[in-house]
Design a protein around this ligand. Structure first.
Ligand SMILES: Nc1ncnc2c1ncn2[C@@H]1O[C@H](COP(=O)(O)OP(=O)(O)OP(=O)(O)O)[C@@H](O)[C@H]1O
Length: 935
């Protein structure tokens, strides 16, 4: 019944959301079947309707689709075009993506997660509002979106998330660079007629037009392209060449399948009908090349002086479809190539039967204007090699892209000219031409730079929007923008610190290093501002970040506020809690000593304001935790939490428990994120482009460098390791043994396992007691195992990588990592940082399973600089491996850019994005690694 309604209405004029939903239910239940028993495919009826409905109702129905298909598990879900298209309408690459990220979105993210949006497409998105503008594919045909943008210009961009008075116009954006907010095309220009690309610039949304706007596209090819995911012009133009063939000048032997470049004259051009629905174009080009038969092989061929021979190139292009057999069509294609014109042809040759005749089916052809042009072209131009996609072969894609390029207007660049000029960027038109049809390899490089710049620029711009949106009041927003306008190194020196902070400082059993001092001065300066701080505190492992964070907490507590300290594991929460208790014990007697709490299973009452500092894991951001006056949130090991959780603190402070917004006086808390994994600057910028950076660059004095050994894990190797271990234990040291897994498994018998090794090690070192620590243990068991190791009750701790982050046992002096090749370089550096934290000389032994893995580990033997090692890891293994699976999930995907090599473009894009807030923003120095810079 529902089906009948859906189908009959879909054929009529009114096809509403309700019907669509019925249809989807049916579709999801039945799969892609011929439901009417006719040849008409149900999904074909629906396909054109979905984008319209979805764009009209801002994805509401697309979201419904997600709900409707939820009951089906991934394997049983039918994969009809309909659902595929729906997922694309929602901004996912495929149905699988929709399930993977769509569900994650729903489950984990009440707040907007920029990384997911960026994964779909670079865009500017504000909070939970639909993505706006620059790279939103869903705009194709979306008339409502059009009017939203066109009528309200950039105001609409921020209206739903920012105070009315602080609309974008106040940022001077629209005034400064109107092209960032281009007019959208007229209604008529959204029609999907073949070849309806308007020549006058309807600017940016042009790229988000349906693929059907590419001139001369047959219906069949249109559907093929759509099925392969090329829904919009942008998708097509972003199908970049895999590489460029090095075209050889055709003055030598022509081998089949080689890429060559020729200069010649068009001899004939014929459009021919070859069947009732099949035609082809054949252009014959005559060229002169050196005759190798008359020159000896060793001779350098000089075309001007040597013997020449004439060859004939048959350039062929095929067309399928009755409309391509019409005489007007054939005449029009053959008329594009004029007999007598000098051309430069490049592509792959195949010898034909007759001598000196060669066929080319994959080619580029350019008309040469004069002699200069002729000699220039003859030097060879890069020939783009495309990857095929979903059954569409490379040459078909090349042709379609070439057609789309021909129809592009030259002036559709949304990035302001000031920016392109300042950063030496090509305009967008030249960039697309340059990447697809470069005249020279340098041009392709420049084009790539521009396209990479765009990826980064929109990401950074999005992050800035997001940051402003995260702020509660207009005052904060103004303050933040002001900070960007007048960047300077700011620090609050000790005289300005609260008395509580100074007391804790005096209670420390050591003096702060100069780096620690400048870090805390900078942080305290920021804490005094009426604008929420958003700062990343970075430093190598063991450099003393925790104490800097404690001092920052004291500063807000001293002013009558609360602080929260969020860490990734309970183990670390307990450790920090005990550490701080000890420091507070050392503090001068004071009736105002801060009351601190450890948030474990039960929630302490934070509403009374009695407890001023709470330390806990992510349970701190649970709904039920309510603070009375939260002013500072410390997020330790922040990349393990990600943007969403970091953002939770902001939203917590801005709404009351009943969900109503707090008044303007209520400032969002300052956020100080700490990272112990030294992240290369580029990566940090991509991940946390919205944060200021403070780096601790030195280690506490008296640290003795850790001696690192790389040993092969054969019988002899292990004997050596055990001997070194015994020596260490006998001299009073404590040893960590780190394993890649908890239990031995049949699948990976070569891996040593912590629990399985406990007995062996206990037997071997009978005079010393052993402990076990791994992630599957209960948290009180873990605490106990660590406590016993710290107190010296156990001398050897067999552990998995749970100890990698933050565990601080200053007198632990030896670390042995089994199957060390299973860990990344940065991870091993972190692990190694668990020793050498006190005054005792420490050693780290990395046991590799095979000779082949030794060389990769050698870098750790040579360097103990975390930033250097992280850079190496980034170069060798890419950002995903450096950050680990979970963390790299927060990293946006860049189709052309590679973070490990394109760092400078990212920094430029960041500067450009900052500059775009205010034309008068002075130059930012984002290149240095000095601490305290807003980047
Ligand atoms: N200025 C200092 N002088 C001497 N010891 C210090 C100093 N600052 C910190 N420490 C000590 O150094 C050790 C490591 O400090 P902390 O745990 O704060 O480092 P971290 O940077 O947080 O390390 P990780 O990256 O491993 O989490 C601790 O035992 C701490 O007490």
């Amino acid at each position: 019944m529902a089906l009948t309604v859906a189908v009959s209405q879909s054929c009529g004029m009114c096809f509403g959301g309700k019907q669509l939903r019925c249809a989807i239910i049916l579709k999801a239940g039945r799969g892609c079947r011929n439901v009417l028993g006719t040849n008409m495919r149900f999904s074909n009826l629906l396909l054109p309707k979905i984008p319209k409905i979805c764009s009209r109702s801002k994805h509401k129905y697309a979201e419904c689709m997600l709900k409707l298909v939820e009951p089906y598990d991934e394997s049983s879900i039918p994969q009809p075009k309909l659902l595929k298209k729906a997922s694309v309408v929602m901004g996912y690459d495929s149905l699988n993506d929709l399930f993977k990220y769509g569900r994650a979105d729903k489950d984990a993210m009440d707040d907007f997660d920029i990384s997911l949006a960026c994964k779909r497409f670079p865009c500017i998105t504000l909070g939970s509002s639909p993505p706006v503008g620059l790279y939103d594919e869903t705009k194709a045909g979306g008339s409502e979106m059009k009017s939203l943008l066109a009528d309200q210009s950039c105001e609409a961009v921020v209206s739903n998330s920012m105070d009315a008075e602080l609309r974008v116009d106040r940022f001077g954006l629209s005034e400064a660079w109107p092209s960032l907010y281009p007019a959208l095309p007229n209604e008529s220009s959204t029609s999907s007629e073949v070849g309806s690309l308007p020549s006058e610039a309807p600017i940016e949304p042009l790229l988000d037009k349906c693929i059907s706007c590419v001139p001369g596209l047959s219906k069949r090819l249109y559907h093929q392209l759509e099925n392969c995911g090329f829904y919009t012009l942008r998708k097509l133009l972003h199908h970049f060449p895999r590489t460029y063939a090095d075209l050889q000048n055709a003055q030598i032997d022509l081998d089949d399948g080689q890429y060559f470049i020729f200069i010649g004259e068009i001899i004939s051009s014929r459009g021919m009908k070859a069947g009732c629905s099949f035609s082809f174009l054949e252009v014959i080009v005559g060229c002169e090349i050196a005759d190798t038969e008359t020159t000896s092989g060793d001779e350098v061929v000089n075309i001007d002086s040597g013997q020449k021979k004439k060859i004939y190139l048959h350039l062929k292009k095929f067309f399928r479809g009755t409309r391509f057999t019409s005489i007007p069509f054939l005449k029009s294609i053959e008329g594009k190539h004029k007999v007598g014109e000098f051309v430069c042809v490049s592509g792959k040759v195949r010898a034909m039967r007759s001598n000196n005749h060669y066929e080319m089916r994959e080619y580029n052809i350019d008309v040469l204007k004069d002699e200069d042009d002729l000699s220039l072209r003859a030097k060879g131009r890069p020939y783009p090699i495309y990857p095929s996609k979903g059954g569409l072969n490379a040459s078909l894609l090349r042709d379609t892209i070439a057609r789309a390029l021909q129809a592009l207007p030259a002036n559709f660049d949304p990035v302001p000219k000031e920016i392109t000029q300042e950063f030496g960027l090509l305009c967008l038109f030249d960039a697309y031409m340059g990447i697809h049809q470069p005249k020279h390899i340098d041009e392709a490089d420049l084009a790539r730079k521009r396209l990479i710049f765009d990826e980064f620029f929109y990401l950074q711009l999005g992050r800035l929007y997001q940051m402003l949106e995260g702020l509660g009041t207009q005052f904060e927003k103004e303050g933040l923008l002001d900070k960007y306008r007048k960047p300077r190194l700011n620090a609050a020196y000790m005289e300005g610190w609260s008395s509580l902070t100074k007391k804790l400082l005096r209670a420390l059993p050591y003096s702060l290093t100069s780096s620690q001092l400048s870090a805390i001065s900078e942080i305290i300066w920021d804490l005094k501002q009426p604008v929420p701080m958003n700062r990343l505190l970075q430093g190598d492992v063991g450099c003393g970040k925790t104490v800097v964070a404690f001092l920052a907490c004291m500063e807000v507590i001293g002013s009558g506020y609360q602080a929260a300290f969020m860490v990734p594991t309970e183990l670390l929460a307990t450790q920090h809690y005990e550490h701080l208790l000890k420091l507070l014990d050392n503090m001068e007697e004071d009736e105002h000593k801060p009351k601190i709490a450890l948030l474990t299973g039960s929630t302490p009452d934070l509403q009374t304001g009695d407890i001023t500092l709470v330390i806990g894991t992510h349970s701190l951001i649970a709904e039920k935790v309510e603070f009375s006056a939260l002013r500072l949130a410390i997020v330790d090991e922040q990349q393990r939490f990600g943007v969403v959780q970091r953002g939770r603190f902001n939203s917590m402070a801005m709404v009351n428990s009943d969900g109503s917004p707090k008044d303007d006086q209520h400032m969002a808390p300052h956020v100080l994120a700490m990272s112990a994994t030294p992240i290369p600057r580029t990566l940090a910028l991509a991940l946390y482009g919205d944060m200021s950076l403070t780096q601790i660059t030195d280690l506490p004095p008296g640290r003795i460098p850790i001696k690192t050994y790389i040993i092969e894990g054969n019988e002899k190797g292990y004997e050596n390791v055990y001997k070194m271990m015994l020596d260490e234990l006998q001299s009073g040291g404590k040893v960590y043994l780190v394993y890649p897994v908890i239990e031995q498994s049949e699948q990976l018998p070569q891996l040593r396992a912590a629990a399985s090794d406990l007995e062996t090690i206990s037997q071997r070192f009978q005079d010393y007691s052993c402990g076990l620590l791994h992630g599957k243990m209960k948290s009180d068991e873990k605490d106990e195992a660590l406590r016993r190791f710290r107190s010296g009750e156990t001398h050897i701790l067999l552990s998995t990588q749970v100890i990698e982050i933050g565990v601080d046992v200053p007198d632990a002096s030896m670390m042995i990592v089994m199957n060390a090749e299973r860990f990344g370089i940065a991870q091993l550096h972190q692990l190694r940082g668990r020793v050498g934290r006190g005054v005792r000389k420490s050693q780290c032994i990395l046991v590799a399973s095979s000779t082949s893995s030794l060389s990769r580990l050698k870098v750790l033997e040579k360097s103990s600089d975390g930033f250097y090692l992280a850079n190496m890891d980034l170069l060798l293994r890419g950002p995903g491996d450096l950050l680990g699976k979970k963390q790299s999930g927060h990293l946006p995907e860049f189709p052309v850019a590679r973070l490990e090599i394109d760092g400078n473009i990212l920094q430029e894009a960041h500067m450009a994005a900052l500059r775009s807030w205010d034309k008068s923003v002075p130059k930012f120095n984002v290149g240095g690694t000095q601490s305290g810079q807003d980047w």
